[in-house]
Ligand binder design. Structure first.
Ligand code: ADP
Ligand code: MG
Length: 623
């Protein structure tokens, strides 16, 4: 073991983080205390957890707590815990290096287009550095719970690029962080100020946070616990106010806004457990960042002992925005992640969590439409993943989905499948929809024309995930879901007859078009979808929508090339003009333009945009 005193440089990225933190947290300085208390609380959690297997770790000092004090003369604030502590190597690894992915994520998030709020610092695993927002020198004294008194470590830095490290004698286990305040930060040297910061940010930390009593402006030896220090979820609901619930949500450390809603339940029986689950009002930063791999936000406790962040084990992916706590009575305390993944009791708890969350969202949908709209805006697309991920709850999830519609004003996604079914005329057995890559593209699709003419409602779907989701949603409440652009439309007898006649009449026109377009199309047909437009694309029943195929191709996926089927409206003057056009070059221009405008409307890429522009200009000059 290395016991000598030494000075080491920070890694380059640490310096960057420090600079960013001190700048961007300038107007929220007080959060440094929250971060240090949260680290102290984590250290107590870790000790309690390790002590399950190794009770000697707690011997002689089993009362875990966090003590905060101040010294006006020395101008310091100290935060001390009797938690797990750190060895010399751990000090170097945890606060001297920032090899963690969190650093990079933080730097990216703070400089990215969608800037993160620096107050979220704790989420990125760099909270400790917030100490340098108010301090120009930070000293850490630490002794690991399983180390000798002689194996204490002292770490010190002015946050400027280097830190020093030495070994010293420390009487008790745990960690003390001493902040030497910057010149103009004296406001923090007051019991009242410290106390109000603790109440504001750390009231629900599960360990006692203590401040010394004060006499003549000086701290005394008498300590007073100043936080609620209780596991909120273990109290009966009747004793918890909305304010308590909100404060506890914020103390979970992912969000400093109020939650949108919560559900708190205790299940008693052969297997007893408590769940307290929250819906945030905004997407957390990691959800936006596509953080599917690192999922935090749901803490697993066993009889009030924190075991681990277990969001992955307790909630399906499509509910990854849920935050909260699960406390199980009957799981073995020495569970590991591997055990968790194959635990039948846990399966039951997981099922209960899903049910509670879906109940809560349903309740919002029926009782609090405004809150539901907020929820849906933030997490609707995440929820849609559940359609394919969770077959057991497919119908329940589908019931919660909302779309724009040809029978509703504007782009607001407000129409449910049930609304649609409620408006269906007698005899309609299909829920019609169209997918596109924007509201305007969906609403303007030529494929909708016949539906509009007949007054049949069509749902407009234009979120990227929709097309993919619909692959797992063939029906709802016994009604088939169908894309208006795909396959054959069901026709009544009169329509069928009309179409046959039209096709027969148009035979020479169709033949001419096919010859002019050659290999570009698979087939040219008379359309029953069109009333106003001259042409549109029709997709096979299982063919992917062109706008989606384009996206996937752009994302580097190999997509099979498929030739489109072109549908035309022989009544349209352009087609009549084509039929009568004797000049072959002009006729080919016109035919190509009919195909190209259908492709554009469907969001498909043009094979040769320059040639298209030339054709268009020739046609314009002609006109
Ligand atoms: P995070 O808490 O998200 O891991 P921090 O920057 O706040 O990130 O802390 C970095 C690491 O330093 C912690 O993960 C922990 O290993 C260590 N650490 C910080 N404070 C303490 C403490 N009071 N006791 C033990 N370890 C600590
Ligand atoms: Mg921390």
């Amino acid at each position: 073991m290395n016991t000598t005193a030494e000075t080491r440089p920070f890694e380059a990225e640490v310096a960057q983080v420090l600079k960013l933190v001190t700048h961007s947290l300038y107007s929220h300085k007080e959060i440094f205390l929250r971060e240090l208390v949260s680290n102290a609380s984590d250290a107590c959690d870790k000790l309690r957890f390790e002590a399950i297997a190794n009770p000697e770790l707690m011997a002689g000092d089993s009362d875990l707590h966090i003590d905060i004090s101040w010294d006006k003369a020395a101008r310091t604030i100290s935060v001390r815990d009797n938690g797990i502590g750190m060895s010399r190597d751990e000090v170097v690894a945890n606060i001297g290096t920032i090899a963690s992915s969190g650093t990079r994520r933080f730097l990216e998030a703070m400089s990215g287009e969608q800037k993160a709020d620096a107050r979220l610092i704790g989420q990125f695993g760099v909270g400790f550095y917030s100490a340098f927002v108010v301090a120009d020198r930070v000293t850490v004294l630490s002794r690991r719970a399983d180390a000798q008194a002689s194996e204490g470590v002292k770490w010190e830095s002015d946050g400027q690029g280097e830190y020093s490290l030495s070994t010293l004698e420390l009487a008790g286990r745990g960690t003390t962080v001493i902040l030497h305040l910057k010149a103009d930060e004296d406001e923090f040297l007051s019991r009242w100020q410290l106390r109000s910061m603790i109440t504001r940010y750390s009231d629900h930390v599960a360990f006692p946070i203590r401040l010394p009593q004060e006499k003549d402006d000086q701290p005394t030896d008498e300590w007073e616990t100043v936080n609620a220090a209780s596991a909120l979820w273990t109290k009966p609901k009747s004793e918890i106010s909305d304010e308590d619930y909100k404060a506890f949500y914020k103390s979970l450390g992912h969000d400093f806004n109020d939650p949108l809603a919560w559900t708190h339940n205790r299940v008693e029986g052969s297997q007893s457990f408590t769940t307290l689950l929250y819906l945030p009002a905004q997407p957390p930063f990691d959800l936006l960042m596509g953080g599917r791999d690192e999922r935090k936000g749901l803490k697993l406790y066993i009889k009030r002992v924190f075991i681990m962040d277990a969001a992955e084990d307790m909630l399906p992916n499509y509910l990854r925005f849920v935050r909260g706590v699960v406390d199980a009575d009957d799981l073995p305390l020495n569970v590991s992640r591997e055990i968790l993944q194959h635990n039948r009791q846990l399966e039951r708890i997981k099922a209960a969590c899903v049910k509670r969350v879906l109940d809560l969202i349903e309740k919002l949908a029926t009782d609090e439409p405004e809150k539901f709209a907020t929820f849906y805006k933030a997490f609707g697309n995440t929820l849609k993943e559940g359609i394919s991920e969770d077959a057991n709850h497919r119908e329940r999830i589908a019931k919660l989905l909302r779309f724009a519609s040809t029978k509703a004003e504007g782009a607001a996604q407000a129409t449910s499948f049930d609304d649609y079914i409620g408006r269906m005329p007698l005899g309609q057995d299909t829920i019609w929809y169209i997918t596109a890559d924007s509201y305007a593209a969906a609403l303007g699709s030529p494929q909708l024309e016949a539906f509009k003419a007949k007054g049949v409602e069509v749902l407009l779907m234009y979120d990227r995930i929709d097309e993919w989701m619909l692959g797992s949603l063939q029906e709802y409440a016994g009604k088939k879901l169908r894309n208006v652009a795909k396959g054959e439309l069901p026709l009544d007898e009169a329509d069928k007859k009309k179409r046959e006649e039209a096709s027969k009449q148009a035979e020479p026109l169709l033949k001419k078009l096919k010859e002019l377009l050659g290999e570009r199309v698979a087939e040219v047909k008379v359309s029953v979808r069109l009333t106003d437009s001259p042409s549109c694309l029709a997709l096979g029943d299982y063919e992917m929508a062109p706008h989606l195929a384009r996206l996937l191709r752009e994302a580097g996926q190999a997509m099979p090339e498929s030739k489109p089927t072109l549908e035309v409206n022989p009544q349209h003057p352009l087609l009549q003009r084509l039929e009568a056009e004797p000049d072959e070059a002009k006729a080919r221009d016109l035919a190509m333009l009919l195909l190209e405008q259908a492709e554009i409307a469907a969001g498909a890429p043009l094979a040769d945009p320059a040639a298209f522009v030339q054709r268009l200009n020739r046609a314009l000059l002609e006109a």
